[in-house]
Design a protein around this ligand. Structure first.
Ligand code: ADP
Ligand code: RBF
Ligand code: MG
Length: 185
């Protein structure tokens, strides 16, 4: 496959759909599965079969943009840093390709888990609009032996994504603004 970084950034607007429900239950790390079937706008990838598999980081927003209207604790309307999986979850051998971001809570968010990673379970937001920009490649998706190793790897991805988001060059800062401002209509 070609270098995944050549495809970035990947911008998407779609809906959050249900997956197998394993993220929260098996791993304690929910992922918002992006509907690839319909209603997707993408600036750089037209054919989803060519979406390069791998683990990435980027920015995500759920629902209409809101800088001041939403409650402080709400996941809705804000730009979150995200750790994102694109592919077939080889630990589980999925047949369908998924795009699944885990949205990382603000360090002060009351629901943020007290672990060093801070993986967080917000309220459910199935069927809401999702705006996503995938900006950086972290690693290939891997078949792990046992869920504990998979969870450890995802936690490291969350830490790496958080660190990378702290000091963005202007081109990546621009993606954050695109996620904040893109119209969901
Ligand atoms: P599924 O297999 O249906 O995607 P998950 O166990 O991965 O199930 O849970 C995903 C759902 O949990 C999301 O669609 C969203 O509604 C909710 N959710 C809560 N917190 C988060 C978060 N931090 N990141 C992503 N989704 C979250
Ligand atoms: N699944 C894998 O099988 N291998 C991986 O290397 C892998 N890495 C992931 C990294 C991140 C940041 C996230 C959010 C998910 C990753 N997953 C991976 C997907 C995980 O298996 C999936 O989210 C759950 O099975 C719930 O659908
Ligand atoms: Mg999921």
């Amino acid at each position: 496959m070609s270098n995944p970084s050549n495809h970035l950034p990947i911008r998407m607007i779609s809906h959050v759909v249900r997956g197998y429900g394993r993220g929260s239950k098996d791993l304690g790390i929910p992922t918002a599965n992006v509907n690839l079937e319909k209603g997707v706008l993408s600036c750089s990838i037209v054919d989803y079969d060519t979406l390069p598999t791998g683990i990435y980081w980027g920015f995500a927003r759920i629902g209409e943009s809101s800088n001041n209207g939403a409650e402080v604790d709400s996941v809705l309307g804000r730009v979150h840093t995200a750790a994102i999986s694109i592919g077939y979850n080889p630990t589980y051998n999925n047949k369908e390709k998924t795009v699944e971001p885990h949205l990382i809570a603000d360090p002060k968010h009351p629901k943020r888990h007290a672990s060093s990673t801070g993986e967080t379970q917000f309220q459910d937001f199935y069927e809401k609009k999702i705006v996503l920009s995938i900006v950086g490649y972290l690693r290939p998706e891997l078949p792990f032996e046992g869920l504990e190793k998979l969870v450890d790897a995802i936690k490291k991805d969350i830490i790496d994504s958080t660190e990378l988001a702290k000091s963005c060059p202007p081109s990546i800062e621009a993606e954050k603004h695109w996620v904040a401002d893109a119209s969901c209509l």
